[in-house]
Design a protein around this ligand. Structure first.
Ligand SMILES: [Zn+2]
Length: 205
């Protein structure tokens, strides 16, 4: 029903997460109906995306390439007000964004890209354990906060990091996992509730 070129746009848009065919069609038609400059600018921005946006050479966050041929360094790594002695290890860039949004992290980050999963052939080498070790030991990092998800792979990754960095005298901490804010205890799953009790902390007055 759709003209070929519009259909092509619909097909490409529906490759995005959370975008079904109907939504993709709505987006494509919206782009066609909006001012011509929107679609042209979007096309240009997309065409330049892979050339100019890369993983940060230091932490793995998403970063702009400032000068052609130069390594990309993200805004967090460039920020000298950040506490460089505290490093937060996350699995994915999206997790970094979520923690940043909380405003609770004043240190820097390290994005692993994936979690340890021996059954799928993802070992210490694949998660870049040596790179993390090298970064921590050569930058005078004093505390590493492991913020991997509370899943089997997330816990295994946290354990490996804590063992390897601990052997180098680095203090390794793990994010506490507990009951969601505003949530009822009766709806929390057993593991979450069990961990919340296990990692209880003393009230300070
Ligand atoms: Zn960075």
């Amino acid at each position: 029903m759709l003209p070929d070129r519009l259909l092509r746009v619909v097909q490409l848009l529906s490759k995005l997460p959370g975008v079904g065919e109907k939504t993709a069609q709505r987006y494509a038609i919206a782009l066609l109906s909006a001012d011509e400059s929107v679609a042209r600018e979007l096309g240009r921005a997309l065409a330049e995306l892979h050339d100019n946006v890369r993983p940060c050479a230091e932490c793995g966050n998403i970063a702009d390439v400032r000068e052609k041929g130069e390594a990309a360094i993200c805004t967090i790594c460039r920020d000298s007000r950040r506490d460089a002695s505290l490093l937060c290890v996350v699995a994915r860039v999206q997790d970094l964004f979520a923690i940043e949004k909380s405003g609770a992290m004043r240190g820097k980050y390290h994005v692993l890209g994936r979690l340890l999963s021996p059954l799928d052939g993802v070992g210490r080498e694949q998660i870049g354990m040596d790179r993390l070790l090298e970064r921590v030991t050569s930058n005078d990092v004093r505390e590493v906060l492991v913020a991997t998800p509370p899943s089997v792979d997330g816990e295994a990754t946290a354990l490996l990091i804590s063992r390897e960095l601990g052997a180098h005298g680095v203090q390794v901490s793990r994010i506490a996992s507990g009951v969601p804010h505003g949530g009822d205890l009766e709806f929390a799953d057993q593991i979450t509730l069990g961990r919340a009790i296990e990692h209880r902390r003393r009230f300070s007055f």
